[in-house]
Design a protein around this ligand. Structure first.
Ligand SMILES: [Zn+2]
Length: 319
């Protein structure tokens, strides 16, 4: 209920800022509505879409950036925003569990949906391996990790594919700005490829090492850099069982980890207590499921946060 109120506040603030930033605008509403109307779901999808859209489209996040997809429940205002959009961009792979019903309830037959996971090589979620898969999640309540792990955006090269899918989808919806979308996407893709080159060099000495994250977000990142990703719980909102805590404790001892990788969005009390018990530190690996309203406007956020993540990861695995 609170989040709904704060969402209204944030949205009007953003439009206010856009209007202020356009010096010669005689109609603030018009300036905020320029070009193709694109709605995105959560933070990385918003960042990638902003990078491609440039001045060609107006990008609005459906989920307020401070809420992860797992916290999201659609309000009538969200449904109305989707009703007015021309394009919807999603991560896909069941990350946005609330979306299908929402699209159905919106009377918008023109809406183009871009699934950024199209053609991306996926990794299955380990069914019942550690935690006995509890899929009693309400479909309206997102972040319902299904059989496939959805966190593809944390691998910079899979992120390249997501950006290219966004580029192709926006061009198909809006030929008039083909050159803009192509140039913008190429620039961001080259930054993502540089990021991957940088990480490959930095992480090469640690190939084969294991790290422990809070929830199961890291298999794509780990696979890219030949690391092993362990985790305490499947989903950020879950509480660890005694067996989870024992499993992680054993992993920390056998791998000589110096730190557990916490994340900004979770209630990390259990993780902090566990780290204390084991005599290790806690450092942050931000899976970018949430962020500030300001950070969501700047695609550079993805690159900055990932660089911080890798620096912290190296501390955790003993660099
Ligand atoms: Zn997640």
């Amino acid at each position: 209920m609170n989040s709904w109120i704060s969402r209204v506040g944030t949205v009007s603030l953003v439009f206010g800022l856009v209007a202020c930033g356009a010096p010669k605008s005689d109609d603030s509403t018009a300036s905020a509505d320029k070009g193709l109307k694109v709605v995105t779901t959560f933070l990385p999808i918003t960042l990638f879409t902003e990078a491609v859209a440039g001045d060609c489209a107006t990008v609005t996040a459906l989920i307020p950036p401070n809420l992860g997809p797992h916290d999201f429940q659609a309000t009538p205002a969200d449904v109305s925003a989707l009703g007015k959009a021309q394009v919807l961009v999603k991560n896909g792979l069941d990350m946005e569990g609330f979306l299908d019903k929402m699209i159905e309830s919106v009377d918008n037959s023109e809406l183009v949906v871009i699934d950024t996971s199209k053609g991306v090589a996926t990794i299955d979620s380990p069914e019942g391996d550690h935690h006995g898969h509890d899929d009693g999640h309400d479909d309206d309540h997102g972040h319902s990790h299904g059989e496939i792990n959805p966190h593809i955006w944390l691998d910079p090269l899979r992120a390249v594919q997501q950006v290219e899918n966004i580029r192709d989808g926006l061009i198909a919806a809006d030929k008039s700005c083909e050159e803009g979308y192509t140039t913008n996407a190429a620039s961001f893709v080259s930054q993502l490829k540089d990021l991957n080159t940088e990480f490959s060099a930095q992480l090469k000495p640690y190939a084969g090492k294991t790290f422990v994250a809070f929830h199961d977000f890291a298999p794509y990142f780990a696979q890219r850099y030949s690391l092993n990703a362990e985790y305490l719980v499947d989903l950020p909102e879950m509480n660890p069982s005694p067996a989870d805590l024992q499993r992680v404790a054993a992993e920390v001892k056998s791998s000589e980890l110096k730190a557990l990788l916490s994340e900004p969005q979770e209630g990390s009390q259990s993780f902090n207590a566990l780290a204390k018990d084991l005599g290790v530190e806690v450092v942050v690996f931000n899976p970018l499921e949430t962020g500030s309203e300001e950070s969501a406007r700047n695609p550079q956020t993805y690159l900055d946060v990932m660089r911080e993540n890798v620096a912290n990861l190296i501390k955790a695995i003993g660099g």
